[in-house]
Design a binder for this molecule. Structure first.
Ligand SMILES: *[C@@H]1O[C@H](CO)[C@@H](O)[C@H](O)[C@H]1NC(C)=O
Ligand SMILES: *[C@@H]1O[C@H](CO)[C@@H](O)[C@H](O)[C@H]1NC(C)=O
Length: 284
């Protein structure tokens, strides 16, 4: 009996260790491939982790092999450390078409010791200009955090770990575009010194290169599709399309209100210099 319990304990510790270190789940190659700067991308730990690098010669990027019509997409990311002004790490969904649909997380690097800002944007049919920005409440270069995008017919939600930081509701009924083209999952590391830090005033310090971002979590909860508005991808056989994912639950609503109150530093809906009256999807 004693040995049996010991064995169980041992197995439990082993499994726990494997799960928390991100060793399980599909490897990078199963769902993703390198799309930019292949000599700046390195796969480690049997493909369970990928390192993107950027130096003066190139940035780098990966993308999912397939396109999707709905899902909840994620990436565990540890951002580059040190002085990262000018450096942008992006995690996004994009249709890549001419009039593209796109959902962006853009992590804006900063001088060492300065806070990181996370910019999000929503493009529908090529129309973006929907930036929001939050100040992150932790150091995203110190450890991996989970970044997710829920996309179903009713809402798009951006999450940092499990906290909603942005919601884009489907308001096609009042003529607002809503992403409906098939999109692929992309992560890139690139130089954006002309705008990323302090509106482009602080440039990339190349003596700090190479900059490195670390990625984990290559499983994809998505409905594979190559067509716009795929009916099959709206089916409730996919759990993210079920009613409890049509809007935030009360706990999520209060967490989201807290983020907006304490961490949101820019919201296009409130930018009266830019928009005489708020765009139609914004509170009027
Ligand atoms: C760039 O980094 C180097 C090495 O840390 C530092 O000596 C230099 O002051 C930095 N340059 C700027 C413009 O911050
Ligand atoms: C989408 O098209 C690509 C390229 O033609 C193909 O490899 C992939 O299997 C297609 N995916 C789906 C879900 O049909």
């Amino acid at each position: 009996m004693g040995t049996f319990y010991l064995l169980c304990l041992f197995a439990w510790v082993l499994v726990g260790g494997i799960l928390t270190s991100g060793e399980t789940g599909p490897s990078f190659d199963q769902n993703y491939h390198v799309v930019w700067g292949s000599d700046h991308v390195r796969s480690v730990r049997q493909g369970r982790e990928v390192r993107l690098a950027m130096d003066k010669s190139s940035g780098s990027g990966i993308a999912s092999k397939l396109y999707y019509g709905s899902g909840i997409f994620h990436m565990r990311i540890k951002l580059p450390g040190g002085d990262t002004a000018g450096v942008v790490t992006a995690f996004y969904l994009t249709s890549g078409s001419n009039a593209h649909d796109e959902l962006d997380f853009e992590f804006l690097g900063n001088l060492e010791g300065q806070p990181w800002f996370l910019q999000t944007n929503v493009f529908t049919n090529g129309l973006g200009n929907r930036e929001q920005r939050i100040r992150l409440w932790y150091d995203p270069a110190a450890d991996f955090h989970l970044y997710s995008i829920l996309w179903n017919e009713h809402q798009i939600v951006f999450f940092v770990d499990k906290t909603p930081i942005r919601v884009f509701n489907n308001k096609e009924n009042i003529g607002v575009g809503y992403p409906s083209q098939a999109m692929q999952v992309v992560t890139t590391l690139w130089d954006a010194e002309d705008w990323a830090t302090d509106g482009g005033q602080i440039k990339t310090n190349w003596t700090q290169a190479p900059f490195k971002a670390y990625l984990q979590g290559f499983d994809i909860n998505g409905c594979p599709s190559n067509i716009t508005n795929s009916p099959a991808c709206h089916s409730t056989k996919y759990w993210w399309n079920r009613e409890q994912f049509w809007s935030l639950n009360p706990n999520q609503q209060s967490a989201y209100a807290d983020v907006k109150k304490n961490y949101m530093t820019y919201d296009y809906c409130l930018d009266t210099k830019r928009f005489e009256k708020p765009p139609p999807e914004c509170p009027q």
